[in-house]
Design a protein. Sequence first.
Length: 422
Amino acid sequence: MKQRLGIMILAVVLFMGVSVFCLPTQPAAAEAPEVIKVGIIAPLSGPAAWAGAAIKEGADLLVEEANSAGGIYIKDYKKKMKMEIIYGDSQSKPAIGVTVAEKLITKDKVHFLVGEAFHSSVTMAVMELAPKYNIPIQSWMPTSNEISDKIKSNPKKYWNFWKGDFASSAYGKTIHDTYIYLEQKGLYKPKNKTIAFVIEETDFGRSNADSAFELMQKVGWKKVAYEVVPIGHNDFYPQLTKIKSLHPDVVVSCFTALNSGTSFLKQYQETGMTSSHMAIYYPLYPELIKNAKTAADYLIWTPLLLNPAKIEYQAKFQERFKKRYGKDINNQNGAGYDGMLGVFVAFQQASSLDPKKVVDAIAKTDYRAVLGRYQYNLDRHELKDGLDYIPIPTAQILNGKNIIVWPTKMADTEYQPQPWIR
């Protein structure tokens, strides 16, 4: 049983050429903490509670596996130590996130803070605590370019803050590159090179739309609509009616809430939209196809980060996750597991609780996990993306299945024209 629980941890250790679980256990120093405390701030209530809960499942599974396999040898105290997670609820609000972070650092005395696990807006508030407390702080899923822009502009101030995801510009680049590819291959021809956006009111939504348009504008595209709605919004008839009258060549939608994505697809179909449609993020939910039914057919979207049917590493993770929780994995489960695995690897490499040594270990991060290979761009403290790291492909929903259609090196089939385009 212990071997099964530790299989992912051991895989990472072997990849790095280190055998941490073979180190001898020695008498612990009297002053040694009982456990390595990791504080995680996530939306555990409010409109994004579903995301926080899924991230928590992944992180908890990693800690269970790591602790069952013996924990982490800390040279400072000459003993193995187990990890303990202390959660804090941001409620998706930056001010509350900061309050929770202060409590985790000053009262709970965490050795490592994840702030935040999901929201870019909360992350940008919490990261301002980095110079005050000088402990390792990391975000997991936030992608906003503003986070890493702040780090690059003042690396001394944010030396201990690391953004554990790729840039939002990666999504924008995928949108741009996909449509350029389709046009070059004669699979899609825009009439006027016009684009419309319908996005949620978050830094995630805005940064992805802005990054996409910045690139599209450079090749002659014009923006005709930029509609912003709250998280969890489900009445898109006003926005779609307006956009339909403008006849854009492409509509890009971006939501993190499943109900928003489902409603948008159904209403897109009901209103008789004739524009090409590309979505960001929400088709990651396995339930989308079931909930949206025929309205999801032929949708193109990014990023298809999970494909356990083809990726052995993900298949093994799904098997173990399903045994633990009784359900299939989603993207947030993978991000929570991978993020917590990164915390484990940092402490394991540092073999210390000293913040400077742990941060130095984060900078040297290089491990494979559920969503890909994790390595940082050091000038921005931001994960690398691409085929050799974390790929950001375009998928299309065909016959009720998500199939990669771009880039060609990853594609399982060729893009099929969306039948509603006129």
